[in-house]
Design a protein around this ligand. Structure first.
Ligand code: CTP
Length: 209
C-alpha cells in the first residue's frame, strides 16, 4: 500500500429515515467491492456492554456524546495510512455493540462514512472529502422510521413515537439540520435521486482511474 493514493472519503448524512443507507447501497452496487468500504456511524455508538439493559434504555441515542467519534476518526486515519481496521457491530435490539464480534475492513480506495451526526463534529467533518446531505421531508422520515424500527429493530409504534418526540426530533433540529450548511451536495429524495447518485458514482470512477 506504500505508494497508494490516499482514499477518497465520502460522508453521507441526513436525518433518521432520510434514505442514507439506500444512497450508500446504490453507490456500493455500482463500484467493485474491492474498492469500497462503509463505516456506519451507528457502528460507533459507545460500547454499553457494561450497563444493564434497563440502563441502556435510558441512553439518548440522538446526542453527539452517545457516539465514539474518536474511534471512528482513528479508523478513518488508519485506513488512510493503509492499515486494516476492526469495525464494531451494533445491536439495536440490545442497544450496544455486539460482544466479541467485529468486521475486518481492509484499506480501500473509497471509504463511505454514513450517519446522522457526522457533520456536527468538526474533527470528523474535516476528514470528509465530499459531504452529502440526504434531504427528505420530516413526514416521510418519521413514517419510514416507524416501519423500519418495528420490522428491523424490535420496537413498538408507541415507543417509536415517544422516542421521536422526546429525543429524535429535538436532536434533528439541534445537531443535524443546522449542519446541512457544511454539505457539498444536498440530495433531495435520497435513494430515488438517480441523477445525484450518478454524479457521485462518476466522481468515484474518476478517483479509481
Ligand atoms: N437508535 C435507536 N436505538 C439505539 C441506537 C440508535 O433507536 N440503540 C436510533 C437513534 O435514535 C437514531 C437512529 O438510530 O435516530 C440512527 O439511525 P438512522 O439514521 O435512522 O438509520 P440509517 O439506516 O443509518 O439511516 P437512513 O434511515 O437514513 O437510511
Amino acid at each position: 500500500m506504500k505508494n497508494k493514493k490516499r482514499p477518497l472519503i465520502i460522508g453521507i448524512t441526513g436525518g433518521t429515515g432520510s434514505g442514507k443507507s439506500t444512497v450508500c447501497k446504490a453507490i456500493i452496487e455500482n463500484i467493485p467491492e474491492e474498492n469500497i468500504a462503509t463505516l456506519e456511524q451507528d457502528a460507533y455508538y459507545k460500547d454499553q456492554t457494561h450497563l444493564t439493559f434497563e440502563d441502556r434504555l435510558k441512553t439518548n441515542y440522538d446526542h453527539p456524546l452517545s457516539f465514539d467519534n474518536k474511534l471512528l476518526i482513528k479508523h478513518i486515519e488508519d485506513l488512510c495510512e493503509g492499515k486494516a481496521i476492526e469495525k464494531p457491530i451494533y445491536d439495536y435490539e440490545l442497544h450496544t455493540r455486539k460482544d466479541n464480534e467485529i468486521v475486518n475492513i481492509a484499506p480501500k480506495d473509497i471509504i463511505i462514512v454514513e450517519g446522522i451526526m457526522i457533520l456536527e463534529d468538526e474533527d470528523l467533518r474535516d476528514k470528509l472529502d465530499i459531504k452529502i446531505y440526504v434531504d427528505t421531508e420530516d413526514d416521510i422520515r418519521i413514517l419510514r422510521r416507524i416501519q423500519r424500527d418495528i420490522k428491523e429493530r424490535g420496537r413498538t409504534v408507541d415507543s417509536v413515537i415517544e422516542q421521536y418526540l422526546a429525543t429524535v426530533k429535538p436532536a434533528h433540529d439541534q445537531f443535524i439540520e443546522p449542519y446541512k450548511k457544511y454539505a457539498d451536495i444536498i440530495m433531495p429524495e435520497g435513494g430515488q435521486n438517480e441523477v445525484a447518485i450518478d454524479i457521485v458514482i462518476s466522481k468515484i470512477r474518476t478517483q479509481l482511474d
